[in-house]
Design a protein around this ligand. Structure first.
Ligand SMILES: O=C(O)CNC(=O)[C@H](CS)NC(=O)CCC(=O)C(=O)O
Length: 337
């Protein structure tokens, strides 16, 4: 499984930005560099997050096995929070199969993930290491209204290191699109849009704002989450193979730069079945817009450290949130609740 780690984060960071090796103290105070995170012993104390990339199929049990191995690997490597992509549970061949395979939050699959996040992993962690939180980026959920609607929600579930559900967000923007060359997507055939955004959640890595995939095309949502205190935005995804090369990285980096948040995007990759493939390229973007970790096409994981003092410094140096002009265009990110 170690072979799946596409790029050790430190090597990747130093390849990308050689100046990252410069210790923080050597950066002149008057002219702070935009990107001043030092790769030094102090960075080892920063929380480590893991982003898992998989190829879900209609086989739920096999998908669980694959995800569980990546999550265990993430824990062994010291991650305190691991991210799984949208549809980590399965990708079905048609809407009828999607509905048939779906479960409520209290069903067997979530129970298995609860066990994975808590007991199994914590025994293998050294004492006083952080426990492992799990972002389950898009669970096909039979909600309370299943009997009436016969439709599901695309539900992003956050589990803490005891395996408890600490937050749920139901995808609010459904992907009903027809892109030439990609095959039509009509998510609303099987799925209801979620009713609301969720307030960002405190985790060992920072305050996490929840979103799902196609939501990334709506900067209003990311601004609302940032104004509500998010430090990490998450876009678990199953991005198409035509929109992927054109939009994926650009959108994620734009969301990071304009909200001054870390952006974590765990992605589906490869061929799920005869009718569907996904783009892959899971990544972590820092608030400056630099891609600090990424996977390539195949299954695997990548890791990044989250530096909230860097985030705060950047927000001080470049105070866009104080420069907004809601008098001109309204307050797009009004309070969530
Ligand atoms: O179908 C499932 O089981 C899970 N849901 C998805 O994979 C969703 C809806 S089809 N995919 C996207 O939102 C892709 C967005 C995209 O590709 C873009 O915005 O360009």
């Amino acid at each position: 499984m170690l072979g799946f780690i596409t790029r050790p984060p430190h090597r990747f960071l130093s390849l990308l930005c050689p100046e990252l090796r410069i210790p923080r103290l050597s950066v002149p105070c008057a002219q702070p560099r935009p990107r001043a995170m030092a790769i030094s012993s102090s960075s080892c104390k920063l929380p480590l997050v893991a982003v898992c990339q998989v190829t879900s199929t209609p086989d739920k049990q096999q998908n669980f096995k694959t995800c569980a191995e990546l999550v265990r690997e993430a824990a062994r490597l010291g991650a305190c929070l691991a991210f799984l992509p949208e549809a980590f549970d399965f990708i079905a061949r048609d809407p009828a199969e999607t509905l048939r395979l779906s479960e409520p939050l209290g069903g067997r699959l979530l129970e298995e993930y609860t066990r994975l996040a808590s007991k199994e992993l914590s025994v293998s962690l050294p004492p006083r290491e952080c426990g492992l939180w799990l972002s389950l980026g898009g669970f096909h959920e039979r909600g309370q209204d299943w009997e009436q609607t016969q439709k599901i929600y695309n539900c992003h579930v956050l589990l803490n290191s005891k395996g408890a559900v600490v937050a749920t967000y139901r995808k609010t923007h459904l992907c009903d699109v027809e892109i030439p060359g990609q095959g039509p997507m009509c998510e609303s055939n099987s799925t209801m849009p979620g009713p609301s955004l969720e307030s960002p959640v405190s985790t060992p890595a920072g305050k996490v704002g929840l979103a799902v995939c196609y939501d990334m095309r709506f900067p209003e949502l990311s601004l609302a989450l940032a104004q509500a205190g998010a430090e990490i935005l998450t876009y678990p995804s199953a991005f198409g193979s035509v929109t992927g090369p054109a939009h994926w990285e650009v959108l994620l980096r734009a969301r990071a730069i304009e909200t001054q948040c870390y952006v974590v995007a765990a992605a589906q990759c490869g061929r799920h079945h005869e009718k569907r493939a996904s783009y892959g390229h899971s990544m972590v973007v820092d608030p400056w817009g630099t891609v600090v970790a990424r996977c390539s096409e195949g299954p695997g994981l990548c890791l990044a450290r989250i530096d909230l003092s860097y985030l705060r410094q950047l927000r001080q140096h470049l105070p866009v949130f104080q420069h907004r002009r809601p008098d001109l265009y309204g307050n797009l990110g009004h309070p969530l609740s």
